[in-house]
Design a protein around this ligand. Structure first.
Ligand SMILES: Cc1ncc(C[n+]2csc(CCOP(=O)(O)OP(=O)(O)O)c2C)c(N)n1
Ligand SMILES: CC(=O)[C@@H](O)[C@H](O)COP(=O)(O)O
Ligand SMILES: [Mg+2]
Length: 628
């Protein structure tokens, strides 16, 4: 066979891959891996997880009839090899960039992206839906969920397993991609259980022999059945997955095509022929094949640009603290001051700024796995017992725990402090991760106190305020840094429900007041200076500073509300509701994020597009109030 030097370039879609001889696949794997390192080093992106799924993606598209067979990638942060094999190699240069390619599977992007993902643990539910649909429609295809060991800890995954077990003929395949890692080390009983399965002697045997056996024997159903029996007899009596009604195969080496391809072929047949849900437990290594990432998969989970030869070099410490760092520092200081404090994260230790807290206060640190709903109710339980829980959570992921916020925390008026990071637009992760909705979804809940810090120091004071308030409180702050405010080191609090007038207009009539919520205070002040407007740092979305609004209503009939959350039902709406309640309706220009999903890009560019930079704010005010 003639050796083609760049095989990857010849693959425009999985049909091209399927045309290749089996012996050519290791070359595809190697080229894919090098390409991913090279490409992600130029754009930034989720590196370690993708290096772990190269063989999986190759084997899946080689064996299954995609896109007729549906593949759902859980979280989807590990789908780059799949994207590259499905016609998007060239678009990798614009990965996660403004107007470029999403970092996650997206139905509008490719027919091979069977389901849009990014929030974890949805894949099995979606695949169950697809599998049931194929039965209802009499179509012959399988639905495959590829789910990581940590995504598997999310409650939804087990809700879906429970449901899938009802239909004994469901053409469903679940592939558990077990790399013993979440973003940080995987936690919990399921992790321990999976480790036990892997450490059983049979894994060593199957690792070395199953691939060979399967490639020698024809891929007969009987053989797969024997393999199943073999696994049942020798791995463990019956795995938890079998109890859920799945046929369990594994653990198998997820970097060994000789194991993956024959196993997939056998399982494909079983699933198509009505043998019901199949569960394949695949063991992979996060960061596989790139030494730096293998050695430190956490650092390489979602790096920015880096030099692929030297790896990530430590950046010089910035004089600007991110809000995440402000929170992390505050948490340690407050933990020292108050023994009752505990810190909780649903699997986001690094991103939420809890690394130091975890080291300094290990007994008071709880990583609960990817389990936002549980995290909220767990906090509620702690709060019942006079422990003081601080739940660090991304705005977008708190959406998962919404009923728990209402039913378990707010309804019982329990003092849980929600430190909500990644509020507003987040940048490269795009619409799935944007924190546009928290103001709207929290301000309608009774008993909640909702705070929007305009800078780092205010953030610190609000955290203390929330910690000492005897009610559910949320402090929501964006990704990245504020403007570099002078930080206090104490644990000072603010008066709840009080805003602060930051600038008074010198005009005597037709005055305009900007009511700013959060970090958009900064551009508001710039505009306020330029147009001679009054500018208020509202600080609290709930309770609103009604006294201040009432005072302003006496002399102002034109307002501008501004926030980095959705306008619909947001902080501006809260002001409008108050004005209506007063029976006075001044003109209110509501600025904020529009009623649409905003794709990835650099935050300043996206904010410009939304008219939320200083120029855009100025333009809107001039146009609305006909200023020259
Ligand atoms: C609901 C939800 N919570 C948190 C996250 C953040 N998150 C993204 S990837 C990840 C770890 C996933 O681990 P695993 O599923 O094992 O995949 P791996 O990264 O190991 O390949 C987490 C916590 C998310 N995407 N969705
Ligand atoms: C895939 C996922 O959900 C996380 O890896 C996320 O991309 C992290 O975002 P930050 O980089 O903002 O922490
Ligand atoms: Mg994992």
């Amino acid at each position: 066979m003639l050796k083609i030097t760049n095989l990857l370039k010849t693959i425009q879609n999985p049909n091209d891959l399927r045309e290749l001889h089996r012996v050519q696949l290791p070359q595809v794997v190697n080229e894919l891996r090098s390409f991913i390192v090279e490409s992600v080093s130029k754009t930034g992106g989720h590196l370690s997880s993708n290096l772990g799924t190269v063989e999986l993606a190759v084997a899946l598209h080689y064996v299954f009839d995609t896109p007729n067979d549906r593949v759902v990638w859980d979280v989807g942060h590990q789908s780059y090899p799949h994207k590259i094999l499905t016609g998007r190699r060239d678009q990798m240069s614009a990965l996660r960039q403004y107007q470029g390619m999403s970092g996650f599977p997206k139905r509008s992007e490719s027919p091979y992206d069977a389901f849009g993902t990014a929030h974890s643990s949805t894949s099995i539910s979606a695949a169950v839906g697809m599998a049931e649909a194929s039965l209802l429609q009499g179509e012959k295809r399988v639905a495959i969920a590829v789910i990581g060991d940590s995504a598997m800890t999310g409650g939804m995954a087990f809700e879906a397993m429970n449901h899938a077990g009802i239909n004994r003929k469901l053409p469903l395949i679940v592939i558990l991609n077990d790399n013993d890692m979440s973003i940080s080390p995987a936690v919990g009983a399921l992790n321990r259980y999976l480790a036990r399965l892997i450490s059983s002697p049979i894994y060593e045997v199957t690792k070395n022999s199953v691939g060979n056996m399967l490639s020698v024997f024809p891929p007969l159903r009987e053989f797969a059945k024997r393999l199943e029996g073999h696994a049942k007899g020798m791995v463990v009596p019956a795995t938890i997955f079998e109890e859920y009604g799945f046929n369990y195969i594994g653990p198998i080496d997820g970097h060994d095509l000789d194991s993956l391809i024959p196993t997939f072929r056998n399982i494909y047949k079983l699933a198509l022929e009505g043998d019901g849900p199949q569960f394949i437990h695949v063991v992979t290594k996060k960061g596989k094949g790139y030494d730096f990432a293998e050695a430190d998969p956490i650092l390489y989970h979602g790096p920015g640009k880096f030099n692929p030869v030297t790896g990530i070099t430590p950046s010089k410490p910035s004089s600007l603290k991110t809000f995440t760092q402000v929170f992390g520092d505050w948490l340690c200081d407050m933990a020292r001051a108050d023994q009752r404090l505990v810190g909780i994260t649903p699997a986001m230790r690094e991103g939420s700024g809890l690394v130091r807290f975890a080291q300094e206060f290990p007994e008071r640190y709880f990583d609960v796995g990817i389990a936002e709903q549980h995290a909220v109710t767990f906090a509620a339980g702690l709060a019942c017992e006079k422990v003081k829980p601080v739940l660090a959570i991304y705005s977008t992921f708190l959406q998962r725990g919404y009923d728990q916020v209402i039913h378990d925390v707010a309804l019982q008026d329990l003092p849980v402090l929600f430190a909500i990071d990644r509020a507003g637009l987040v940048g490269a992760d795009g619409a799935t991760h944007a924190g546009n909705y928290d103001i709207a979804y929290l301000r309608c809940i009774p008993n909640m106190i909702v705070m929007t810090p305009s800078d780092e120091n205010e953030c610190r004071m609000m955290l203390s305020t929330g910690f000492y308030a005897n009610h559910p409180c949320a402090v929501r702050y964006p990704r990245g840094s504020g403007g570099g405010a002078l930080m206090s080191e104490g644990l000072d609090t603010l008066t709840i429900g009080k805003g602060l007038v930051r600038r008074n207009s010198t005009q005597t009539e037709k005055r305009i007041a900007i009511l700013a919520f959060g970090t958009l205070l900064r551009p508001s002040l710039v505009v306020g200076e330029k147009l001679d407007l009054t500018v208020v740092d509202m600080r609290f979305v709930k309770p609103l500073d009604e006294e201040l609004l009432s005072e302003l209503l006496k002399t102002y009939d034109r307002f501008v509300t501004i926030e980095d959350g959705t306008v619909q039902g947001g902080a501006g709406s809260a002001c409008l509701e108050y004005f209506v309640k007063q029976g006075k309706l001044p003109h209110v220009l509501q600025l904020g994020l529009p009623d649409e999903f905003i794709d990835q890009g650099e935050v300043p560019i996206l904010m410009r597009d939304c008219g939320l930079d200083a120029d855009g704010i100025e333009k809107s005010i001039r146009n609305t109030y006909l200023l020259n």
